[in-house]
Structures are given as structure tokens and as C-alpha cells.
Write a protein that binds this ligand. Structure first.
Ligand code: FA5
Ligand code: MG
Length: 415
């Protein structure tokens, strides 16, 4: 998927990146690697019998059943094949994410170049779909984030996003009496609502949003689940909430949602509507739903994994049974860090070097020398192959290569 092509016109130091048959010129912002690009185009969501495909179909079926038009037709349209390279405008600007917001940092995203990146959320497509005139839609897609390493984090995962718009007329029809949606110039923003909106219209939308999402969680996990709403902040919604579900003794964050910022709708040509939106992580749900213990398994091509889902229907109950558990192996590394050291750079270098052998990286010690002020970190790297037993020699070799590369590229100094 990644191919470097030489051209005559490219600026010094840049090259052409080929992603899904499109060509991009790299620059000083480029930080996608061939390892990450090897995930682009895998199409797990659309692979018949993959657990993410089964979950996608469960979500779609729920929305089709819940929201019907006058003729009994489903009113949500579904997009599950939008290309993952998006512009900075789509991923951030169109969603009112401030220019200096942390989520834009090179340390958190995979940039193709200064103008484009691998989408960090499926919300990146919201504004263009509204501009196309859509008023009820679901977007499913692969998303890319530079992040920590453990059993529930992987640099590529999948999200579902939704948006639902209502005009004043539709809201009035639904309520059975006149609902005024907009407050006009005198409106003020409060914790409950945006300046542009009336409290009545906001509450109707909030109630529908929350009951839709609780209904979705119940349709996946059963009527008796325990859940709670947490107030949060997103630049593109207000008010905003997260839904947490109690699972195996823990509160699990399932999704973020809220009332779409009116400025987003206005600039996308839907100034006459009020809308709600949400975004949820599919792996987190699939891991609970199917008892999948490690997020790396979603990328497995092993038949021991895939065969347990093949030929199944979205309505079938499936419990994944680990084929066998191979032993873990860990090695520690302590080093002095140079100025400007970014932990995500180390995680990624480790992952690039070890590939999927690397299961987890945890920090064991963080020490600042009292005299020199130099800071040293100790990380524990846990290795485990999903499909066979690793030898100690094999792990040592990989571990040494990580240390060598980190010394050379990140300028760390091993203790
Ligand atoms: C977002 O991505 C917002 N775009 C969601 C949204 C959309 C809010 C529309 C309002 C309106 P957040 O970064 O919290 O928010 O991610 C949303 C969900 O994705 C999380 O609740 C979680 O389920 C999942 N998620 C986030 N990071 C990871 C990760 N590293 N691994 C697996 N799942 C993740
Ligand atoms: Mg969140």
C-alpha cells in the first residue's frame, strides 16, 4: 500500500505516498508508517462473518427498526466505505476543534502531510454529509490514533458515528404541540443548552438521544444492564455526555454524544434544524459482546479465530473460546530521556519493531536525578504471540533491536 515514487517536481526531502490508489506528497508533518498503512484497506467492517461486521449489522438493524418513515422504510442511511484519508479541515476545522487543541498534535495523529491525515474519528465526515443534504445517517469506519499499548488499545480501531436532524416542523409534529426551536438573538448559552436553541427543543432532542442510546446498549447487552450518564465536553456538541455501562465490575465508557453545535449545521447549510450526534468505539463493544480478550485478535487472519464467527448471524449468541493461551515474556528497559521526549514516539517505535508480538508497555519507574535534574524512565515490555510460544532468544533479539533503535532515533541513553 505504501510505495515511494520518484518525481521531478517534489520539494527537497519529500516523496510520494500511495494510499488506496491516491498519491500524496509527504512533508515535515508526515508520520504515517508502512506498518500503519498496512492496515488501510483491510476492510474488517465489511468482511462477512468478522465480529466487527456482525456488530455493525446489529447496530444498523437496531436503527432501522427504531427509526422508520411513513411507509415503514428505514430513514437512516449507512456509510461504511468512506476512505480514511481526510483533510485537516474535515477532521478538525469543520468540527470547531480549536487550532491549538491537543488532539491535533503530531504525537496523537497519523499525518499523511500538513493538509491530510488518517481520520482520528468518524465524526470527520459529519459536516460533508450534512452539506449533501442528509438528515439521518450512520458512518462506520476505521480510525487511527497514536496511543498507549495494552489489551484494549490498538493504533487502528473502528467507530460508528450518527447524526439526526430535526426541523421545527418535525419536532412540533412529534411533540403534538408547537415547539419553538430557535431563541433568536437574545438566547444565552447555559450548561443545559446552546445560545441558539430553546430549552424545550434541546430537552426533546436530549431525551430522544439518550433513550436511543440506552436502547442500543440494552439491545446488545440485555435489558438489565446498569448504566450512567457523565457530563463531558466536546468542541462539536453542547451539551455533551458519555454513556458508561457497568460490565464485569467496572464502568466502561461506551460512547460520546451531544447536541450538535449550531454553527456546524449553519455552515453546512442546515441552519433550520437542530441535531443530535454520537460516536462509539466498536472494538470495546465487540470485546464484551463476544468475550474477545485482546484487541489484536480483530486483525488475526488465523482460522482458529475467524472460524468461530463465520456463518453466524447478527442475532446469534457467540462466546469466543481462546484456541490456547501462549505464555507471556517480559523485558524491562531503563533509560535517560532527552529533552522533548514523547512517550508515544517510544510506544510506536516499539510496536513498529516488534509488530504484534508486543502485548503491552507499562511504566515501572519514573525517576528524576536530584542533582542533575535528568529524568529516567523504566518501561516493562510484555511480549506474547497470539498463535505460538515465543522463545526467550527470539524475544531478547526483538527487545535489543528496540533498545538500539530508540537510542539511535529517539536519542535515549540506556542505563
Ligand atoms: C470521539 O471520538 C468523538 N468523535 C465522539 C462523538 C461523536 C462525540 C459525535 C459527540 C458527537 P472519543 O475520543 O471519546 O470521542 O471516542 C469515542 C469512543 O471511541 C469512546 O467512547 C470509545 O468507545 C472509543 N475509543 C476511543 N479511543 C479508543 C481506543 N484507543 N481504543 C478503542 N476504542 C476507543
Ligand atoms: Mg472519550
Amino acid at each position: 500500500l505504501i510505495r515511494r515514487v520518484s518525481t521531478q517536481t517534489k520539494p527537497k526531502g519529500s516523496s510520494n505516498l500511495k494510499i488506496l490508489n491516491e498519491s500524496y506528497v509527504s512533508d515535515d508533518f508526515t508520520n504515517v508508517s508502512s506498518k500503519i498503512l498496512s492496515h488501510v484497506g483491510r476492510g474488517l467492517l465489511n468482511q462477512e462473518g468478522h465480529p466487527l461486521n456482525l456488530l455493525k449489522r446489529k447496530v444498523v438493524d437496531y436503527f432501522y427498526a427504531r427509526f422508520k418513515g411513513h411507509m415503514g422504510n428505514p430513514i437512516f442511511s449507512v456509510y461504511d466505505n468512506l476512505p480514511p484519508v481526510v483533510t485537516v479541515q474535515q477532521n478538525f476545522d469543520s468540527l470547531l476543534i480549536p487550532k491549538d487543541h491537543v488532539s491535533r498534535a503530531k504525537s496523537d495523529c497519523y499525518y499523511v502531510n500538513r493538509g491530510s491525515l488518517l481520520r482520528a474519528h468518524t465524526t470527520a465526515h459529519q459536516s460533508e454529509l450534512v452539506r449533501m443534504g442528509l438528515d439521518n445517517f450512520l458512518v462506520f469506519g476505521d480510525v487511527y490514533r497514536r496511543d498507549e499499548i495494552d489489551k484494549t488499545h490498538y493504533p487502528v480501531f473502528h467507530q460508528a458515528d450518527a447524526l439526526r436532524l430535526c426541523t421545527q416542523g418535525q419536532l412540533t409534529d412529534r411533540a403534538g404541540s408547537e415547539v419553538v426551536v430557535f431563541e433568536g438573538r437574545t438566547g444565552k448559552e447555559t450548561p443545559e443548552k446552546q445560545a441558539e436553541h430553546s430549552i424545550d427543543a434541546t430537552k426533546i432532542m436530549e431525551t430522544e438521544l439518550k433513550s436511543t442510546l440506552v436502547g442500543l446498549a440494552q439491545s446488545l447487552f440485555g435489558k438489565n444492564i446498569q448504566y450512567r450518564w457523565v457530563d463531558v465536553y466536546f468542541p462539536f456538541t453542547h451539551p455533551s455526555w458519555e454513556l458508561e455501562v457497568h460490565f464485569n465490575g467496572d464502568w466502561l465508557e461506551v460512547l460520546g454524544c451531544g447536541i450538535t453545535r449550531h454553527a456546524i449545521l449553519r455552515s453546512a447549510g442546515a441552519e433550520g434544524s437542530i441535531g443530535w450526534a454520537f460516536g462509539l468505539g466498536l472494538e470495546r463493544l465487540a470485546m464484551r459482546l463476544y468475550d474477545i480478550p485482546d484487541i489484536r485478535l480483530f486483525w488475526s487472519r488465523d482460522s482458529g479465530f475467524l472460524s468461530q464467527f463465520q456463518g453466524k448471524k447478527p442475532t446469534d449468541t457467540i462466546r469466543y473460546k481462546p484456541v490456547s493461551i501462549y505464555p507471556q515474556c517480559y523485558n524491562d528497559v531503563s533509560f535517560w530521556i532527552p529533552e522533548g521526549f514523547v512517550a508515544n514516539d517510544f510506544y510506536e517505535l516499539a510496536r513498529e519493531t516488534a509488530g504484534d508480538l508486543l502485548e503491552q508497555v507499562t511504566i515501572q519507574d519514573d525517576f528524576t536525578h536530584p542533582k542533575t535534574g535528568r529524568r529516567s524512565l523504566c518501561y516493562r515490555l510484555t511480549y506474547r504471540h497470539l498463535e505460538r510460544t515465543l522463545t526467550k532468544e527470539e524475544v531478547n533479539k526483538v527487545h535489543e533491536t528496540i533498545c538500539d533503535r530508540a537510542t539511535e532515533i529517539l536519542k535515549i541513553q540506556i542505563r
